[in-house]
Design a protein around this ligand. Structure first.
Ligand code: MN
Length: 232
């Protein structure tokens, strides 16, 4: 038995639909600007190479089935933005995974929010600094339960949307990703060795905007139901 000097943090486990098992999270990768219309609203155009940032696994806020997730309004921001995303959960990994083998690595999918301190992220961009304080803060990643790919089939198209207080704010289709899911997995696996337990937030469509305390967000992806998160 290992004698740790301080108590180690627990593994973050996400519920799996129709299962008693949990999905153990290793790393959380996020793709930047992966829908053309969102790239444009952020001041960019065209198909640049995919780029990535990470959130800490313990920044996730698991939202159990049928419950409303609670995300505390973070410190040091006046501009907390929602980014509704499809999350891919890997059941296996590797290095330099070929595009035509990449879907085989997918254990399942989840609904996720890449919550962003947009004001701090903007400062980081301006000063050429890393994005962690804008993207990787505590409780910045509300996420629904994992849906097994064995149940959903392989997702490559279907609607993705987000309502805030009953008004639709984001609406697009998974087919609008600049880099589709297998291309993203393949590219990422050239940069990092991917492993079972890794999550990939696959980017957000256009329509991102700010929320304040008391706002209720409902995210949906076709085939994955919906999840609700309240900013508290
Ligand atoms: Mn994002």
């Amino acid at each position: 038995m290992v004698d740790y000097a301080v108590t180690p943090s627990p593994v973050v486990g996400l519920p799996i639909m129709d299962s008693q098992q949990l999905f153990p999270v290793r790393r959380v990768y996020c793709v930047g600007r992966n829908y053309a219309e969102h790239a444009k609203e952020m001041g960019f155009t065209g198909r640049e190479d995919p780029f990535f940032f990470c959130k800490p696994a313990d920044a996730l806020v698991p939202v159990p089935v049928g419950q409303v997730g609670k995300m505390p309004y973070p410190s040091k921001t006046d501009n907390l933005h929602f980014e509704m995303e499809l999350v891919v959960a890997l059941g296996s990994g590797g290095r330099d995974i070929a595009v035509d083998r990449a879907n085989d690595c997918i254990f399942g999918y989840a609904l996720g929010l890449d919550m962003t301190r947009r004001d701090l992220q903007g400062e980081c961009k301006k000063q050429g600094r890393p994005w962690e304080i804008g993207k990787g803060f505590d409780q910045s990643g509300p996420i629904g339960p994992i849906w097994s790919r064995a149940v959903t089939g392989t997702l490559s198209q279907g609607s993705i949307s987000l309502d805030v207080n009953g008004t639709q704010r984001q609406s697009s289709d998974l087919s609008q990703m600049i880099w589709n899911i297998p291309e993203t997995i393949s590219y990422l696996s050239g940069l990092f060795e991917l492993k079972a337990g890794d999550l990939i937030f696959t980017g957000t469509p256009e329509g991102v905007g700010a929320v304040v305390r008391g706002d209720k967000m409902v995210g949906r992806v076709a085939g994955l139901g919906e999840f609700e998160v309240e900013v508290v």
